[in-house]
Write a protein of this length. Sequence first.
Length: 555
Amino acid sequence: MGVVSQLARTKAEFPSQDRGSRLWNDIFGATDKETPTRKPIRGDGGGWGRSLTSTAASTKRLIQAFRSMAPGGWSDDRWEQTRHFVGIAYLAIHRLATQWQQSEFQVFRRDMNLPDGKVPVTEYDPPQGGREVRPHDLVKMLQRPNRQDSFGKYMYRLCQQKYLTGTALTWMVPNMLGTPMELYTIPTAIAIPQPAVNPDYPDGFYRIQPIYPYGPFSSYPTPSSAVGAAVPAQWMMRFQFPHPLLRYEGYSPLTGVRLHLDEVEMVDRSRHYSMRREIRPSAVLNFGDSEGMQALPEEEIARIHSEFESEAMGPENAGRLFVSTPGANLEPWGTSPMEMDYHDSWEQLVSFSLAAFGITKPAAGMIEEASYASLFAALKQLHVLTLKPDVDDVGSDLTQYLCPFFGDDLFVEIRCPRIDDHDIKMAKLDMAGKYKCITKNQMLKELDLPITKEEWGGDIVGDPSPKEEEASEEQQKMEQQAASLAPSPAGEGGKPPAGEPPTEGEREEPLEAARPSPGNLSRGALGPRKVFPAGKIRQKSMYQRAMEVIGNGSH
């Protein structure tokens, strides 16, 4: 009975919450010795169990195969693909790899109490779950994966192998405690998959065979020899483009566009040999036809042919004088390098091949004259369609395979250099300053300027500084004092009653601030005089001043 029929019988017999466990026990057996292999099912003759059927056994092997990290044989010639790191493939992959090389990483820990649900890992975080390592040790290892590579160079090697062969292998070198301590990118072409499962290698292994002997390796290896090192598959991280058929290996872009890349290579070879074998003499000396001349023997024709090629063929012989044999007439043929064939077809093939790698001509640097708008659009397209998905995939694989060794709820984020339009960026900063939702240090950072350690660096853009607030308060106090010293108006609004001429004391006179002042010499010991805005205070008459002095008891 197949799995589908067993599931139907289990669904009818047991509640929904027990269906999964019942079906599992029915197919794969109990999980412990105390539990019987299978509960009795109505219509089963009252028996306690049934032997594992062939269909169930194959299903078990299928699930085990899906869970296993065992490798399998390569479907393509990885060594041949690596040799095609030339021409258009080199240009596209190199540009992508340099973009990967400029990426940055950061390790976070999930925390649902924060608005964004994550907090960066610091060097002060303690070990988690009884581990001997701290979460920050993962940061140190990614910063320096091994003695030779930085994180940027490690990303370059990953991109190179992934786009060449569809699979990038990274060997996680463990220490005595079983925690990765180094990361090495293994070229796919020198990793020979060994899917054989044994107690020493429960998931199979890769036999690494270096092409050139160096260091401890002292002999040249061959695919059939045992020279090389065996790396267990569970310690090998695999970064892949998903294969349409095989789960254990990736699908190379070179395989997807192999026909078009071959056409580009044939066009290049045709141009190359056209230039090498082209005959472009600067002058031809012809003799008249000789009638009744005896035919030349084959040996003589071969000699003339060889001598002709050695003296006239190739770019180094361009422009040399050629003297034809008696009775022969040499006419020019071939094309000059400026008139070579395949121009339009070569352009089309190159554009299609670059698109298969996810990069355009402006982003690859193949267009000299490009406006800022078109260049920005091309780089933004490269960032959105190619770079971000690629580095996100690498970050998810590092999270899945590497982070569990260093702590719980850790994950890695990788970000490529941002591609921003400066006009849009300035518009966003202006809006952030208008609504006061950005600090001055954040503004300096967005403008690629050094941030400051002064206190005002944490102030919100648009808010007044403490000194400006103090100056504003002083101004308000001065205006309040000026308003309190001003005389009460005779009528409403501070104006004299309608129809009555202003009195002598109410007549406007020039302010003291408008007159020339001798400076501090005329101020004596009374301190600086207060100057009031023009038009707000009117001068008092001498009689009014005298009465105020007498009323205050001053004389």
